[in-house]
Ligand binder design. Structure first.
Ligand SMILES: *[C@@H]1O[C@H](CO)[C@@H](O)[C@H](O)[C@H]1NC(C)=O
Ligand SMILES: *[C@@H]1O[C@H](CO)[C@@H](O)[C@H](O)[C@H]1NC(C)=O
Ligand SMILES: *[C@@H]1O[C@H](CO)[C@@H](O)[C@H](O)[C@H]1NC(C)=O
Ligand SMILES: *[C@@H]1O[C@H](CO)[C@@H](O)[C@H](O)[C@H]1NC(C)=O
Ligand SMILES: *[C@@H]1O[C@H](CO)[C@@H](O)[C@H](O)[C@H]1NC(C)=O
Ligand SMILES: *[C@@H]1O[C@H](CO)[C@@H](O)[C@H](O)[C@H]1NC(C)=O
Length: 330
């Protein structure tokens, strides 16, 4: 199953030639490029196939239909009194929990006291938004995941102190669920200052990435998000064909593979046994920050939507957005 960069180099021209008669058969295609300085951070997909995108640079929740020929974002909601958004997760059908913050960009943290957890209900045409919690004592709710057996609870990844927090959405109560040395950052230096980052829950395991340590792992949890096992490392970026790469957030597929958005130009597929395959593309994967599978048709369910943080060009961040990786090719 190993698909290397060589696959891309050898076969991409053939696929390109075939693409005019087989529409949308490109392994990776651009969906939308946002204006300069709109760092795209996180993604979830609605049951109607629309992509929900958050940006660290603006407090707007964007929606894009990726199934049309010219996808274009619309503004679903703009959150008040913050500078950006972070993670998003679906709690019950078409109800999402989302985090807004005022960023301390230099330290990649929120300014203490500015982190707010919200819910946004998209079941009707006008979103219904509730302010759930003003978090006074964390500077980082990065990845966020709803617990399937307890949709009133979400877990969040504190990349700064190396902890998983639990937020009770109906009551607004929050606190640390558990911490672990494997969740911690290494230092305050760039590239080493984000510990636990992405979070996903599947079959009573909490899967996570730690960007600083470059690991992907899991821990068994109960339906309240309490830890039931020691933390297990499944993959380690230093054992892949990359140097200087950093895992960010990820998506899990039905077979149990993780597809990890990895800086600067990768998606790393990690099989349940830990074997890593690299998808590398320096023109379309531009500091990937997160990934989510499409929903709806069979074709959509094979499509991995990857958000790009973008590239630094002078003082600007350029080419940030979202691309579609057709996993049928990988
Ligand atoms: C990047 O992806 C595009 C579209 O699939 C392809 O045309 C191009 O050859 C890829 N580049 C590399 C370096 O693989
Ligand atoms: C806006 O944010 C500031 C700084 O975090 C805070 O002091 C103030 O109470 C907030 N106002 C509202 C309306 O949320
Ligand atoms: C959060 O802060 C805002 C602005 O200061 C305030 O209006 C709101 O009541 C607070 N909510 C909670 C749940 O504490
Ligand atoms: C954070 O603040 C909340 C609300 O005041 C409190 O319940 C919780 O125990 C605090 N947690 C930590 C780790 O300080
Ligand atoms: C990752 O792999 C490297 C190289 O084998 C090793 O030195 C490091 O301890 C591993 N990290 C973890 C957290 O397992
Ligand atoms: C985006 O940033 C680049 C790099 O600084 C700059 O060349 C370009 O003109 C900018 N685009 C717009 C529309 O401002």
């Amino acid at each position: 199953m190993f698909v290397s960069i060589v696959f891309g180099l050898l076969f991409a021209p053939l696929l390109l030639e075939a693409s005019p008669i087989l529409p949308r058969s490109t392994p990776i295609r651009n969906i939308f490029t946002f204006p300069n300085n709109t760092f795209i951070e996180n993604i979830r997909v609605r049951s109607n196939s629309d992509l929900l995108l958050t940006s660290m640079s603006v407090t707007t929740l964007f929606s894009i239909d990726p199934t049309v020929s010219t996808p274009n974002p619309s503004v679903l909601y703009t959150f008040p009194n913050a500078t950006g958004l972070a993670g998003i997760t679906e709690t019950t059908p078409d109800v999402f929990a989302i985090v807004s913050v005022t960023w301390d960009l230099v330290n990649t943290r929120a300014i203490l006291g500015t982190l707010v957890v919200w819910t946004i209900n998209l079941q009707s045409a006008t979103p219904i938004v509730h302010r759930i919690a003003n978090v006074t004592n964390s500077t980082s709710f990065n990845g966020i995941a709803s617990i399937p057996q307890s949709p009133h609870l979400v877990l969040t990844a504190d990349s700064a102190i190396g902890a998983v927090w639990r937020v009770n959405l109906p009551t607004g109560k929050y606190g640390i669920a558990f911490s672990d040395p494997l969740f911690e950052p290494i230092s305050t230096a760039q590239g080493l200052n984000l510990g636990i980052n992405g979070l996903k829950i599947k079959d009573s395991y909490l899967y996570f990435t730690n960007s600083a340590y470059g690991i992907f792992g899991r821990v068994a949890i109960d339906s309240y998000g309490n830890k039931l096992s020691s933390v297990e490392v499944i993959a380690n970026i230093t054992n892949s064909d990359t140097t200087g790469a950093h895992y960010d957030d990820f998506a899990l597929d039905k077979e149990g593979n993780a597809w990890i958005a990895t800086h600067p130009e990768y998606v790393v597929k990690v099989a349940p046994d830990g074997e890593q395959s690299l998808i590398s593309n320096e023109t379309l994967l531009l500091n990937p920050t997160s990934a989510a599978f499409g929903r709806g048709s069979k074709k959509e369910r094979k499509m991995l939507y990857v958000t790009n943080g973008g590239l630094f060009a002078g003082n600007d961040l350029v080419d940030e957005g979202v691309v579609a990786v057709d996993t049928a090719y990988f």
